[in-house]
Write a protein that binds this ligand. Structure first.
Ligand code: 3HC
Length: 699
């Protein structure tokens, strides 16, 4: 047998799921498992049945690849297996190690008892894939923990630790030692049969059943709209409502129908793409295998916002870090930020005072570079200026031990030029964090021409330790994310020059699903930052007019000066809410007139197309130039670093959604130079999903 092993121990049949690496419950596995469950049921010698997982894990749920396969009448799914468990009179017990997620938890919820290892986690994360739990989870979990808690867990796709799981009754026993032994013992003790399906659904502790319509309608109000990232959430709530209103079997049928609708929905395809794209990131074609170095001590140069955020990130990952800055004022501010950050965690109950103290102590501030002699990695986060950075690296190269890695957090500058001032270009790399570094999940790893495979492998491992999603970029101005954002910002600026208000443009971006529009984003990152970049590389980042220069002259530098493209008022959204400013519309009109640009009517559709297609066209250039390895890498940069709506999968996935040919035609209509790769894919009627690295036919 390929996926299942069985063993009998004194009347207990142990069924082991064995589908490495995560025992996903594929169609093939289910086809094999179903007759085994039926045989155990029919076997008078079997008193009880135990499910356990090989590979140190119970199961990560259904095989996500299967959702794109059309089932045949012969196909068996985990749903069929669960139905067989439900029909059986035997006692079923689940032995949970590491993870029981999605269909894995659903299988264990069909059992009479669940016993788990103390370090295990259980959850129904289907919503993150644009799905709902489709193997009874929406019907059984509310019967077990109450509808309100079940909704909370399922709508957030939250995986819960064992203390919470035990308290809520999701698991019956938590053990420190051998889970299987404990489960077999329980199974042999002839415990009573307990089917969750036989229970009534309750709302939750202290809530009367009459409140059900209210709870359901509130839940619908709290999730995003159906047509903008909330499709799965609304259907999930509908399924839980069915658990109240319908007998169990009918509720299951409703759940199955809603699940199938979602499995075929555009947002779910996009989110499944994001899931797999994320898992591809560290697979670097052509990179010789290399052993990553262990990072036990880190250094950060610069105690500004970025440096402080990076230092907190290291400390939180358990890596002691020394921050170098000679500016006393900056250090004082950084210390306050660190203190405030950890105190906040204590107040929120996420950390004990003692742990906060220890973490705080693991960040040391000094102005002595010598303190970094034994650092395994040092990240430079000083002012974005090549000469300043080169000076820092010259100094670091003489002090840091020869095997130590030197990294720059630059967001645009040339990694090779910086590496050239050191004697260790093989140990030089870009580590581009995003503000605030301790919160934002993205890390761009920038590979220089001499960066060694070992340094790249270390950077990826470090990214994982720091709980960041790391994407590899080649060394090119702005790397992946910022290089694309320049075109996006330019497209937004050009629309404003044609007479569209920044408020309308931002509203359209938000309606599409971005958390903020391009102008609010510009205000957040700073107009002065954009000005510096435009000065450094006018060929890439300068717009058609002088609006940015004028804003800098007016000292409207963005949110930090309470005015930029928008106005800000401390009384409105704590000073972070953009307020439309007619003065800025007039400024755009004035500068546009000087540049000979005539205002015109532009539809909402065109506004959205110009914003998103600017990203796609540049993304195609980056693929072709080898700056980004895969369309999926670009998508992850945009979803995790720039708020591109995940239910559209990222810009390159979105290109496939609307049609690459359509994007290409529109790019030409807008008068932009289409990337040769965009042209090539459009002309052969292909997709970015089918793109293979190195496939480009150069024009
Ligand atoms: N289906 C198919 N492949 C899966 C999978 C799944 N459910 N879960 C993980 N994998 C694959 C990954 O793609 C990866 O493949 P690769 O080695 O070829 O790149 C490999 O397993 C290892 O995964 P990770 O790199 O993510 O390993 P980690 O140890 O970091 O994380 C995990 C393990 C926490 C289990 C994580 O993989 C995870 O969260 N998986 C998805 C869980 C999930 O969403 N389950 C619900 C599935 S839908 C469902 O069950 C529907 C049901 O209701 C009917």
């Amino acid at each position: 047998m390929a996926f299942i092993r069985t063993e009998d121990r004194d009347g207990v049949r142990i069924i082991t799921l064995d589908n490495p690496p995560v025992n996903s419950l594929s169609f093939a596995l289910s086809g094999e498992l179903l007759p085994i469950v039926e045989a155990a049921t029919a076997d008078a010698g079997v008193k009880a049945v135990v499910f356990t997982g090989a590979n140190g894990i119970f199961s990560a749920g259904a095989d996500i690849n299967d959702f794109s396969i059309e089932p045949t009448p012969e196909t068996r799914t985990i749903r069929d297996v669960i139905a067989a468990v439900e029909r059986s009179d035997k006692i079923f017990v689940a032995a949970i190690e590491k993870n029981a997620l999605g269909g894995g938890l659903e299988l264990s919820l069909a059992c009479d008892y669940r016993v788990a290892d103390a370090k295990a986690r259980v959850g129904l994360p289907e919503i993150k894939l644009g799905l709902l739990p489709g193997a009874g989870g929406t019907q059984r979990l509310p019967r077990l923990v109450g509808a309100q808690d079940a909704l909370d867990m399922m709508l957030k796709g939250r995986n819960v630790k064992m203390d919470e799981a035990k308290e809520k009754g999701i698991v019956d026993e938590v053990v420190e030692g051998n889970v299987l032994d404990a489960v077999v013992k329980l199974a042999q003790s002839a415990p009573p049969k307990r089917r969750i399906s036989a229970r009534k659904v309750e709302l939750g502790k202290g809530i009367t059943p009459q409140a059900e319509p209210f709870v359901v309608s509130q839940a619908h109000k709290m999730v995003p709209p159906e047509n903008n990232g909330g499709l799965a959430a609304h259907k999930l709530i509908d399924a839980v409502e069915a658990a109240f209103e319908l007998p169990f079997a009918f509720g299951l049928a409703r759940e199955a129908r809603l699940f199938e609708e979602l499995a075929r929905s555009q947002p779910s395809f996009a989110l499944r793409h994001v899931f797999f794209a994320e898992r591809e990131l560290a697979k670097i074609p052509g990179l010789p295998a290399a052993k990553p170095l262990e990072v036990k001590k880190a250094g950060v140069i610069g105690a500004g916002t970025m440096g402080t955020g990076i230092a907190i990130t290291f400390a939180q990952a358990g890596i002691p870090v020394t921050v170098i800055d000679s500016n006393e004022e900056a250090v004082e501010k950084a210390k306050q930020t660190v203190f405030g950050m950890f105190m906040y965690q204590v107040q929120k109950g996420r950390m004990t005072q003692e742990d906060a103290w220890k973490l705080g102590q693991s960040i040391q501030f000094t102005h002595e570079y010598e303190e970094l002699a034994d650092a395994d990695v040092v990240v430079e986060a000083v002012f974005e200026n090549m000469d300043v950075k080169k000076d820092v690296f010259k100094k670091l190269d003489t002090i840091v031990k020869p095997e130590g890695i030197l990294a720059s957090n630059t967001s645009t500058l040339d990694i090779d030029e910086m590496a050239s001032v050191t004697k260790r270009p093989d140990k030089f790399i870009g580590l581009h964090f995003f503000v605030p570094a301790n919160i934002m999940p993205l890390l761009e790893i920038v590979r220089g021409k001499d960066t060694s495979p070992e340094t790249i492998a270390t950077a990826f491992k470090l990214g994982k330790t720091l709980k960041k999603t790391a994407v590899l970029s080649a060394n090119a101005f702005g790397f992946i994310g910022n290089r694309m954002v320049f075109d996006y910002a330019k497209a937004a600026g050009e629309l404003a020059e044609e007479g569209i208000s920044p408020a309308r443009i931002d509203a359209i971006a938000k309606k599409f699903g971005f958390p903020m529009g391009p102008f609010a984003m510009g205000d957040l990152s700073g107009i002065d930052v954009a000005w510096h970049i435009a000065k450094a590389r006018p060929d890439i980042a300068k717009g058609r007019t002088n609006v940015i220069d004028r804003l800098v002259e007016m000292k409207r530098l963005g949110q930090k000066t309470m005015a930029g493209y928008f106005k800000y008022d401390k009384a409105v959204g704590k000073g972070r809410e953009p307020i439309a400013d007619p003065e800025i519309e007039a400024l755009f009109a004035e500068e546009a007139k000087k540049a000979g640009i005539t205002p015109r009517e532009v539809s909402d559709r065109e506004i959205l197309d110009r914003l998103t297609f600017a990203l796609i066209n540049r993304g195609a250039y980056l693929l072709e130039e080898g700056v980004a390895l895969r369309p999926g890498d670009i998508d992850i940069v945009y979803v995790y670093g720039y708020g591109f709506p995940p239910h559209h999968g990222g810009p390159m996935w979105y290109a496939d959604e609307v049609g690459v040919k359509h994007v290409y035609d529109r790019v030409r209509e807008f008068g932009w130079e289409p990337a040769p790769l965009l042209k090539e894919i459009a002309e052969r009627g292909g997709t970015f999903a089918d793109y293979k690295q190195g496939e480009l036919v150069h024009a």
